[in-house]
Write a protein that binds this ligand. Sequence first.
Ligand code: SF4
Ligand code: FE
Length: 483
Amino acid sequence: MNKITDKNSYLDSIKNRNLKIYLMGELIKEPLDHPIIRPSVEAMAETYELAVSEPELASAKSPYTGESINRFLHIAESNEDLFLQNKMQRKLGQLTGTCFQRCVGMDAFNALHSVTFEIDEKHNTEYHKNFINFLTEMHKYNLVIGGAMTDVKGDRSKLPHEQEDEDVYLRIVKRTQDGVYVKGAKAHQTGCINSHWMVVMPTLRLSDKDKDYAIVGAIPVDAEGITYIYGRQSCDTRSMEPGEYDVGNKYFAGQEAMVIFDNVFIPNNYIFMNGEYEFASMLVERFTTYHRRSYVCKSGVGDVLIGAAATIAEYNGVEEASHIKDKLVEMNKLNETIYATGIASSLQGSSTKSGNFINDDLLANVCKQHVTKETYEIGRIAQDLAGGLVGSMPSGIDFNEGTMSEDLKKYLKGKKDINSEDRVKILRLIENMTLGRNAVAYLTESLHGAGSPQAQRVQIRRKVNIEEKKDFAKKLSGIIERE
Ligand code: SF4
Ligand code: FE
């Protein structure tokens, strides 16, 4: 394999692989040729494209190979690096209007850098060395790594070893001298089919009875025993219909799949945790700290939706109305709140024991908590400005070539000089992002990705020092003496 240097070499690198993928009951031979899957491949490919068009933003120098690599593969060596990740994420959100899928891996191995180091420190193991060797290999070829954390979880009130079906959390089913075999399933895995490797990780705090579940390891996505079952998205089959208007976003979509592991082998040198159950919560916490501020991606996607809302207001001839201007201000305020808390988290990062940088955990959780709410409010305002047509528009075929085409062009016209075709296109984009395929990326993923809303509230409660705040109040009210 040659090093991937651009979009085309990335596309070549994922062609003709032997992945077992099911979509609507069908075994997919070549995902790149499938109209539902292809837009998600294109979104991932944009991460390579941006590294070529804006190398200072989307590439970095590998400390291991000394060569240029994609920023998504880079270990953060400063707060500035963390901030640049956010800037890149916002930009890619603006370019694709969807989830470009590559942040999970970046956040996973930034977390693993420090966690493997700290496991070794306690247990005299060699996970950090294994991990750095793996990362060096990824850097050499400039590959895409997916992070596979979320187990299917079964009964949520029970720990992995208490489950009736032992496989609802990924676990080791066999150990040999050369490595381990794992079994289980990971749910809603972002971009897994568009990746080269994935790193499996536990998804929650484990007990000493859960040692078989404390496994972290790297696996090629086409390894023996892995099956992907492609996740459906609202309106996804529009990509298979003739005509191009109804898809809304002409080029891009996100990707999630269920991944089933049936006795998949991980050789020793690709293992980064094996039984050290007490480090599972540290790994989950560090990963979510990185990942929850990566959700500034949604401010980039929000920029697209705000642009679409402003465009339809213009096409409808209402852009000068004061309440429309005010609604656009509100959308921007909400959107910038997401970005501001995310970059504040990055800029208040600190060094870990292994020497890489991690962003501020409290602010990362505040950022993600905003993402779970503000995106929905932005979506609501976008639909408000779009008008009811966003949910009732005739098909592109009727509009373009059907018997009633001329009538539709006449009656779907807005402002003079704006052709009705453009009005239909922008309404379809708003539909795509708030009700259709990319509403999965903009809304549902905003709600549940990197942990559902309550998970952030738990972390915010833990990280805030309430006693200190009470102290401030008690001093100024005279309850206690000021020093
Ligand atoms: Fe990246 Fe955002 Fe997609 Fe997560 S949801 S992988 S942070 S683009
Ligand atoms: Fe996500």
